[in-house]
Design a protein around this ligand. Structure first.
Ligand SMILES: Cc1cc2nc3c(=O)[nH]c(=O)nc-3n(C[C@H](O)[C@H](O)[C@H](O)COP(=O)(O)OP(=O)(O)OC[C@H]3O[C@@H](n4cnc5c(N)ncnc54)[C@H](O)[C@@H]3O)c2cc1C
Length: 390
């Protein structure tokens, strides 16, 4: 793990109360509206207000900065529950929290005191601006530059696929402060960039799924950013700072995968008992039983891997391989289960009147975000070899 993230603990009773409060919120303020909001690709502004009141934008931010200071294990359970209802909502607070965690881990004392309390309440919300039109996995190839000019830097370039890009106002922005540096990562720096003159949203991106949350292209045209917004105050550590929250990010995406896989299973178990063919519920046909059994096993295995990675993270253990395995397995489980749910539902699985078509459109994003699953396999294999030298 990178620099220490403050340790957090919680009693089982406190955790139960938090989970109950979130479940009530989801039942009352989210579930009745998901279908309409999702199909219209409408930003869930009222739900975001409710999420602010629940403290979700500060879920893992330490209490000294006004957050709930929850351990990652509890956070993963929250993400799973929210994603079971609507995966897009977890993206609205998660990329915000990864940005916040970059400041908590690597920011100067002044940056922490200035920004983190406002992130914790959700008064200021944002996300991560890393990906560019020419690169996502290979972030060392970014072309956005920041040139020092007096007490500021002048930023030029384009970022794409940025979650919360339209409704967020502050982003952890990865740039090159020294494009000629070798190795390439030594020329990268991470800034906290707030929208203003020279920093514009150039377009909203249309997507297969993950609707409601805004994904945008951001353009920087001679955008002047004060030098004190350089996270940590030292150039050249940008990629390290941006990737330092990756275990947390992967555990979060794994938890989203568990949520989507579980939602697909729950809808299928219900439907298989309602739908009858040849005089009996389809749940009594062996081919459907096999699907339900495999889907349920996927959910359990994904949940265990995700919790094990979250526990390792909370203990402060190195857990890049564990988080990678959880991310890989749980997100593939979401893809498999959403497809199987469609099969269980027959023609209705293809209908917009049932939620399973949404799971099928949402799940593939999980294999791409926070490091593609191809990359996860490479990282897991590298770790395996490193941890088991002959
Ligand atoms: C809905 C959505 C939301 C997103 N939100 C954000 C966000 O908030 N902030 C942000 O910065 N980015 C965001 N992204 C971008 C996302 O992180 C990237 O799409 C992802 O990192 C992959 O990068 P890429 O699309 O450039 O694919 P590429 O890097 O071009 O990869 C293409 C293919 O090649 C494979 N590949 C690449 N390198 C290797 C290798 N060395 N070995 C084997 N295979 C390899 C990949 O696995 C993939 O299959 C978002 C994307 C989407 C779709």
């Amino acid at each position: 793990m990178d620099s220490a993230f403050p340790k957090a603990t919680i009693t089982p009773e406190d955790e139960r109360q938090i989970m109950d409060a979130i479940e009530k919120f989801l039942a009352r303020d989210v579930r009745p509206y998901v279908m309409a909001l999702e199909h219209d690709d409408e930003y869930p502004a009222d739900i975001v207000e409710g999420m602010k009141e629940l403290g979700l934008f500060g879920a893992i931010i330490p209490a000294e900065y006004g957050g709930l200071g929850l351990p990652t294990t509890t956070y993963a359970k929250i993400v799973e529950l929210v994603s079971e209802t609507w995966m897009s909502l977890s993206g609205i607070f998660n990329s915000h929290l990864i940005m916040s965690s970059a400041v908590i881990r690597h920011g100067t004392e002044d940056q922490k005191r200035t920004w983190v309390p406002k992130f914790a309440t959700g008064e200021i919300r944002g996300g991560l601006a890393l990906t560019e039109p020419n690169c996502g996995t290979d972030l060392q190839a970014i072309r956005t530059t920041a040139k020092r000019d007096g007490d500021a830097y002048v930023v030029n370039g384009t970022k794409t696929w940025i979650s919360n890009g339209i409704h967020g106002t502050v982003f952890a922005l990865l740039v090159k402060t020294d494009p000629a540096a070798k190795p390439r990562h030594a020329g990268t720096s991470l800034f906290l960039a707030q929208k203003g003159p020279g920093f514009a949203v150039s377009r909203k991106l249309e997507k297969l799924g993950y609707k409601g949350i805004d994904s945008a292209e951001l353009v920087f045209d001679n955008y002047r950013i004060p030098a004190d917004r350089l996270i940590g105050g030292v150039e050249g550590l940008g990629l390290r700072h941006a990737l330092g929250g990756l275990e947390l990010g992967r555990i979060n995406v794994a938890a989203r995968g568990v949520g989507v896989a579980s939602a697909a299973l729950k809808e299928s178990v219900k439907y298989a008992q309602q739908r009858e063919t040849f005089g009996k519920p389809i749940a009594e046909h062996q081919s459907i039983q096999i699907k339900l059994a495999d889907m349920a096993t996927n959910v359990e295995a994904a949940r265990h891997l995700t919790r094990a990675a979250a526990e390792a993270f909370d203990r402060g253990d190195r857990c890049d391989m564990e988080a990678g395995m959880a991310k890989l397995f749980a997100t593939e489980a979401a893809v498999t289960n959403s497809m199987e749910a469609m099969r269980v539902h027959g023609g209705y699985g293809y209908s917009k009147e049932f939620p399973v078509e949404r799971f099928y459109r949402d799940a593939p994003l999980l294999v791409i975000g926070e490091g593609t699953n191809e990359l996860q396999r490479i990282l897991i294999a590298r770790q395996l070899v490193q941890r088991n030298p002959i």
